[in-house]
Write a protein that binds this ligand. Structure first.
Ligand code: GLN
Length: 486
């Protein structure tokens, strides 16, 4: 039953001695062993180190008591560096990369006592919305294994949804925490840009990347957010701001909070069940005394175009370091020729989507095109940010769908990159603006697939997202289900 426990249940069982940390990890590992082969959520399972750390807790009760996450298993997306644990970014080019250091968010989790049970699958270098662009095969949606789990943090979301981990870390550059959380029926938070250190997060698009938690309950999400947030001198874009105790403000009443409904998010052809889920949740919020107001975010439609210039531009620069020289994969060459080595290494090491992004980005940044593409996209980004600032003059938070479509079949859109990019239409604007966003599950659609909604907040106001999500789940008596694995 370990697959169903929340963080606080795990903690209370460990503290009461109802189960030892080692037994708990053993049970979880055997559950993972039974299910990972067909879900493919984990790329690496760290059984040995997890059991060793669990034993340390069993041998030292004081340690277990002191650490807020003492003995709690967690899964980490494979673009976050983990000391002495292989970190691949789901790419051939980093297939054997073992970092000598932890990402700051990982280090903070370890300090709090969390036990890493494995590294999760993702779209290569986090470029994608389905986890199909992994060099190690797609992750399957545990609710329907023919369908995508969303991406790029699909492994983390699928692991949490299927009970292979109580909680996980993902990263979100344009929706990669929110979309897979939505598609897998779990909670996911993309914090404000600057809230969580990016040190050790392998860069995709540095001005957008943020790490964040994925969990099955609002409480668990809040506990993790609290642990990983905060200023870090190793990341100059992290912000010196006090981190609120998210887990302690959850029960505060939401009466009088004003939520904006951005009309542009409802003009697209959205799956009717997704639209209904948002409408139903609005009704629930109304009964809690939340007020609603219509707002306009007029530049929403330009988000996809702006993002798919800015993110590839940054990626083309960030990924220049994978050249076969310093680390990672190096392709053998017939004769000792540096250029041939570079070309072969990058041709063989990167997958098709990553190459597409590098080409898009290089083109957008090249002389003669820079102003027309990159500068223009940056201006649009500013307009999108201003839209949000203006909307937040009238309200405290926003409610929107997470994506226009329910999880689709694996392979269905793989040949059509533009169709895949359009799935991000509702998550990209918040990333471009840098505001926090949360995916909140509501239940299942008539097809048995998860539905939910997205809450967006003002800069550094994750607190309101937590309060709203908590009040909503309490009101509908939400109880997380483990995806039935068939
Ligand atoms: N789907 C978007 C992309 O492909 C966002 C990915 C992400 O947030 N890492 O770039």
């Amino acid at each position: 039953m370990v697959e169903q426990w929340t963080i606080s249940e795990i903690r209370s069982k460990l503290l009461k001695g109802a189960i030892s940390a080692k037994e708990l990890i053993q049970e979880l590992l055997s559950y993972i062993e039974n299910h990972n082969s067909y879900i493919n959520a984990y790329l690496t399972i760290t059984a040995e180190s997890a059991l060793k750390e669990a034993e340390e807790f069993d041998n030292n009760r004081k340690l277990l008591e002191e650490k807020p996450l003492g003995g709690v298993p967690i899964a980490i997306k494979d673009c976050l560096c983990t000391r002495f644990i292989r970190t691949t970014c789901a790419s051939k080019i980093l297939e054997n990369f073992v970092p000598p250091y932890d990402a700051t968010c990982v280090e903070k989790l370890r300090k709090a006592g969390a036990i890493i049970v494995g590294k999760t699958n993702m779209d290569e270098f986090a470029m994608g919305s389905t986890t199909e662009h992994s060099a190690f095969g797609p992750t399957r949606n545990p609710w329907d294994t023919d369908r995508v789990p969303g991406g790029s943090s699909g492994g983390s979301a699928a692991a949490v949804a299927s009970g292979m981990a109580p909680c996980a870390l993902g990263t979100d550059t344009g929706g990669s925490i929110r979309l897979p959380s939505f598609y897998c029926g779990v909670l996911g938070l993309k914090p404000t840009y600057g809230r969580v250190s990016r040190y050790g997060l392998i860069a995709f698009a540095s001005s957008l990347d943020q790490a964040g938690p994925i969990a099955r309950t609002v409480e668990d999400l809040a506990i993790l957010a609290e642990v990983i947030s905060g200023y870090d001198p190793k990341d100059t874009t992290s912000v010196k701001k006090e981190v609120p105790r998210f887990s302690e403000i959850l029960g505060t009443p939401v009466k009088g909070i004003r939520i904006g409904i951005p009309k542009e998010y409802f003009q697209h052809s959205i799956d009717p069940e997704i639209e209904r889920a948002v409408e139903e949740s609005i009704k629930v919020f109304r009964t809690l005394g939340v007020d609603f107001v219509e707002v306009s975010l007029p530049h929403t439609d330009y988000g996809v175009a702006a993002y798919y210039i800015i993110a590839p531009a940054e990626a083309s620069s960030n990924l220049a370091r994978y050249d076969g020289v310093k680390y990672g994969f190096r392709s053998p060459t017939e004769k000792p020729d540096l250029m041939e080595m570079y070309l072969n290494t990058r041709a063989k090491g990167f997958g098709a989507e990553v190459k597409r992004r590098i080409m898009l980005g290089t083109y957008a940044l090249s002389a003669g095109y820079y102003d027309a593409y990159y500068i223009k996209a940056s201006k649009v980004r500013r307009l999108i940010q201003q839209d949000f600032l203006k909307a937040f003059e009238k309200c405290d938070a926003l409610i929107t769908p997470v994506a226009p479509l329910q999880p689709f079949k694996i392979g269905e859109k793989l040949e059509d990159p533009l169709a895949l990019y359009l799935v991000d239409v509702f998550t990209l604007p918040a990333s471009l603006a840098g505001i926090p966003g949360m995916s909140v599950p509501c239940g299942l659609s008539s097809r048995g697939l998860p539905v939910g909604f997205q809450l967006l907040g003002k800069y550094f106001d994750e607190e309101i997202l937590f309060r709203l999500a908590y009040a909503y789940h309490r009101e509908i008596a939400y109880s997380p289900q483990i995806a039935i694995l068939s």
